[in-house]
Design a protein around this ligand. Structure first.
Ligand code: FES
Length: 289
């Protein structure tokens, strides 16, 4: 039974300490000035308060509501809708294992199960040292690098049980780890500030970019009539039989060498209209033509 049901109205959320409030006020003014309608700034402001406390607290909700002239109910409705906002304290590193369809069948389910056992935490739970929060996540549009892990929303592509276990061990031990592509890794609070719209001023962060990798561009290159570069995923060699031992695949090419018959080490040999004369490419013929 809630306090309200018992006739005891909930106390208002406390405010931030004066120095924190002054700093957040200035940051909020800058964010809000970017939008013609102030309430459009709610999503970045929720990231801003998350950068302060690591999750969206009642104090953070109150702050957003006051800044934007909204009710706390309106702010809470948004904060509880989007999974990128946390509602409880959690770790410095949010390790998300994609268990959506493609990643799941490529090993994501096995990785998630192995990490739960290795870290002794369940979905959404944090290790006792406060370093890692484990959760399963939905597709991050990186299916061509399946199975994918996201650490604070940075990509760790083509993972295996072994590489994912080593990754969380490194994070907990404070050893440096580098995402497969994109900006260098930072803590969850630092990530939240960047998502609030403040520039990532770390050396090399902007230059790192986050453009499409070779696997994502393979189809485009093939469509242009170019040869698509092959991609050999080294960590997978230990977890799967050698390519030459799997049915329907040719010899595994050397690192960096293009496979002879298909553009990705994950792809089966292609059966396309080009290789099937009985099903030519082009629009389907109208009946009676
Ligand atoms: S299914 Fe995992 S990134 Fe798309």
């Amino acid at each position: 039974m809630s306090d309200v049901q018992l006739g005891m109205p909930r106390l208002p959320a406390p405010d931030y300490p004066a120095d924190v409030r002054a700093r957040l006020d200035a940051d909020a003014r800058e964010v809000i000035s970017r939008y013609p309608d102030s309430r459009s700034a709610l999503l970045p402001l929720l990231h801003l308060v998350q950068s302060e406390e690591g999750h969206v607290t009642r104090t953070g909700v109150r702050f957003c509501a006051e800044q934007l002239g909204l009710t706390t109910a309106e702010v809470t409705a948004v904060a509880t809708f989007y999974t990128m906002y946390r509602r409880k304290p959690s770790g410095d590193y949010q390790v998300g294992v994609c268990t959506n369809t493609l990643c799941a069948v490529m090993g994501g389910d096995a990785i998630f199960d192995a990490l739960k056992e290795h870290l002794r935490v369940g979905n959404g739970e944090t290790t006792p040292d406060g370093k890692v929060t484990l959760e399963h996540i939905e597709c991050n549009a990186a299916c061509d690098y399946a199975p994918v892990l996201m650490v604070n929303w940075e990509f760790f592509d083509n993972q295996t049980v072994e590489s994912a276990t080593a990754l969380v061990d490194d994070l907990r031990a404070g050893r440096a780890v580098a995402p497969t592509r994109g900006a260098p890794l930072c803590t969850y609070k630092e990530t939240a500030r960047i998502l609030a719209g403040f520039p990532d001023e770390r050396p090399g962060a902007v230059e790192a970019g986050g453009g499409a990798g070779p696997a994502s561009l393979a189809g485009l290159r093939l469509a242009k009539g170019e040869s698509a570069p092959g991609r050999v995923v080294a960590p997978r060699a230990a977890a799967r039989p050698a390519a030459e031992d799997r049915p329907g695949t040719g010899p595994r090419p050397a690192a960096g060498e293009a496979p002879a018959t298909h553009p990705s080490s994950h792809d089966a040999p292609q059966q396309t209209s080009a290789s099937d004369p009985s099903n030519p490419a082009g629009p389907a013929a109208e009946e009676g033509e």
